[in-house]
Design a protein. Structure first.
Length: 466
């Protein structure tokens, strides 16, 4: 690999964990989540000329989504992901070479499987961490590295992705279709000014005030109609069961009827849905029948469906993995849980998936690669959430605001675990206080990830000699 004066090496990488309680339960693929932990990372880097900077990254553990194992209990999966994050943090801290964050992440990544196996043996687990769980656990370190890199160059991290800074083009990470192309070609130099917000309608969420009766009054809405009125929502992500067709159809119809009434009350005539089956559908036929019946019973609801999230199992390599070609003729179908690398994206395209769901929890580096590929192939793009509060939500906003073609951004920590948002909302209220159904992202132009963090220090070589 060639080298540049802009290259950096890691001096230190630290991890800590913060518990987060949910104000309302959230159901993921049949399992209920009431709490999580944030993985926080602080990374200090040094440029070849001695200049140093520190960056910060954050992400929920999200083990119920990232590692839904039949053999590993959720508390054990959470413990393993946290131990893996600590182990990998030490790997990053000991990596000796200079480079761009994309190159460092890629180089250290060859050890992830080995470290995952070590953790599994140490905890005596029946299986090792899957790729998605590894990506989530590493994502705050990856974000902190990009944050620090932007800061050491007095730039936003999305503006240091060109050949001026990167030693390797995208073909190094993807394939020869991307020869002589760099991530700057697939990102914005300035963030989008606003993005529509996708609000989650969870399978356990009350739709009406009557259903919300008796729930704790903490100053935030519970019922869907109240959320629509308070936040001016125009996009709703509907969680469905995927194995109970009658319930799924009834749920969408109920959401449509309640939403229509709420929107009429505030004079809104246009809104949209996405449908998330959390991989529970056994076949594409289930989805086709679901769409057909929605179109027959509530054509207005059918017309509002903007896309379908990965409806069947994430294992795209399994024998008989369902194809989505016919579903994609009706609505965009986005790959989500299965999207762990470029090979998975190619496999999904072969199976008929027509869209890509980017997630900050899979790492900024991996998201940049997926975004480039999706744009190259003309795929539908959206940015989704892992119930990310605080800094992790802001990382997601920065990613979404810098990728051309993003239709909307999902953000639901304000619904389920708003506690960590408070200190950030004082600095960036427009990212947390929703009134017109959109998130204002125009201010995400600062150095690093686009916003100030507590560990974002920069020092000259004379102050901190190498």
């Amino acid at each position: 690999m060639s080298s540049k004066a802009t290259d950096v090496r890691i001096l230190d990488a630290k991890i800590n964990f913060v518990p987060v309680q949910f104000r309302a339960p959230l159901k993921f693929g049949g399992r209920i989540v009431t709490e999580t932990k944030l993985i926080n990372s602080d990374v200090t880097i040094q440029r070849r000329d001695g200049r140093r900077a520190s960056g910060h990254g954050s992400m929920p553990v999200g083990n119920v989504w990232a590692w839904p194992s039949e053999q590993i209990a959720p508390p054990d999966a959470e413990r393993a992901m946290m131990m893996f994050a600590e182990s990998v943090s030490e790997l990053f801290a000991s990596y000796p070479d200079y480079g761009h964050p994309l190159e460092i992440q890629y180089a250290v990544g060859v050890e992830f499987q080995h470290q995952a196996d070590r953790v599994a043996r140490k905890l005596e687990l029946a299986e090792s961490l899957p790729t998605l769980a590894r990506l989530v656990a590493v994502s705050p370190i990856d974000a902190a590295l990009h944050d620090a890199y932007g800061r050491v160059h007095n730039s936003n991290c999305f503006n240091v992705l060109s050949s001026e800074y990167c030693n390797e083009d995208l073909s190094c990470y993807l394939d020869d279709q991307f020869k002589d192309e760099f991530p700057d070609q697939y990102t914005r130099r300035k963030p989008a000014s606003r993005l529509p917000l996708y609000h989650l309608v969870g399978a356990l969420d009350p739709l009406t005030p009557a259903e919300a009766s008796g729930l704790e009054n903490d100053g935030l809405p519970h019922a869907l109609a109240d959320w629509i009125a308070d936040d001016g929502l125009t996009r709703l992500k509907i969680k469905l069961n995927g194995d109970d067709l009658d319930w799924d159809i009834s749920r969408v119809i109920a959401v449509e009827d309640i939403t229509r009434s709420a929107q009429e009350s505030r004079g809104c005539s246009e809104w949209f849905y996405s449908c998330d089956f959390n991989e529970k559908c056994e076949s594409a036929d289930y989805v086709l029948e679901f769409l057909k019946q929605i179109a027959d019973q509530r054509p207005t609801a059918f017309n509002r469906i903007e896309y379908i999230e990965q409806p069947t199992n994430r294992d795209l390599q399994a024998a008989g993995a369902p194809g989505m070609h016919d579903v994609a003729k009706m609505k965009p179908v986005v790959i989500d849980e299965a999207l762990v690398d470029y090979e998975a994206l190619l496999a999904a395209r072969d199976l008929g998936y027509s869209g890509v769901a980017l997630k900050a929890c899979k790492g900024l580096s991996e998201s940049l690669f997926a975004a480039a590929a999706a744009q190259k192939f003309g795929m539908f793009l959206c940015v989704q959430d892992l119930t990310c509060p605080g800094a992790s939500w802001m990382q997601s906003c920065s990613l979404a605001a810098r990728i051309p073609g993003i239709t909307a951004i999902e953000g639901n920590a304000r619904q389920y675990c708003p506690g960590p948002n408070a200190k950030w909302a004082r600095l960036y209220p427009e990212l947390f206080e929703i009134s017109d159904g959109t998130v204002e992202t125009s201010r995400l132009t600062e150095h690093g990830l686009g916003f100030r963090t507590g560990s974002s220090r920069i020092a000259g070589a004379s102050e901190n000699p190498a």
